[in-house]
Write a protein that binds this ligand. Structure first.
Ligand code: ZN
Length: 115
């Protein structure tokens, strides 16, 4: 996702030769510390910190991705509204519609609703 980047203040200016020099990196290029260089509209080159890719919520029974929910990093779900974290159904943010319908792997307390 393009929105998962943050501008940081590290920038570089063209050297005397006119050729822009690459700025010092912020640590090693590890999985949790990715960055890329982008040009700003003003022509400056700055680092963009690339956030880790989110996997998104999956069904607890079959493992398929749950539809209708955003793919965010875990901390970002805490900032969402309740209606954005789940779909309006029993087991909405946890099990997919097919698994709820087939009642597989769920407790028997509410089965009567569908019979
Ligand atoms: Zn499922």
């Amino acid at each position: 996702m393009c929105s998962q980047v943050v501008f940081c203040r590290i920038s570089w200016s063209p050297s005397a030769s006119g050729q822009a020099a690459r700025p010092e990196t912020r640590g090693y290029n590890t999985k949790s510390n990715k960055q890329r260089v982008v040009k700003t509209p003003g022509g400056r080159a700055v680092f963009q910190v690339v956030k880790k890719k989110a996997k998104g919520p999956i069904c607890g029974d079959c493992g398929k991705a749950l539809i209708g929910l955003p793919r965010l990093r875990p901390i970002e779900y805490a900032r969402l509204k309740k209606r954005e974290k789940r779909v309006n159904r029993a087991y909405g943010g946890s099990r997919c519609a097919g698994c709820v319908r087939s009642r597989s792997g769920l407790s028997t307390g509410w089965i009567g609703e569908f019979c």
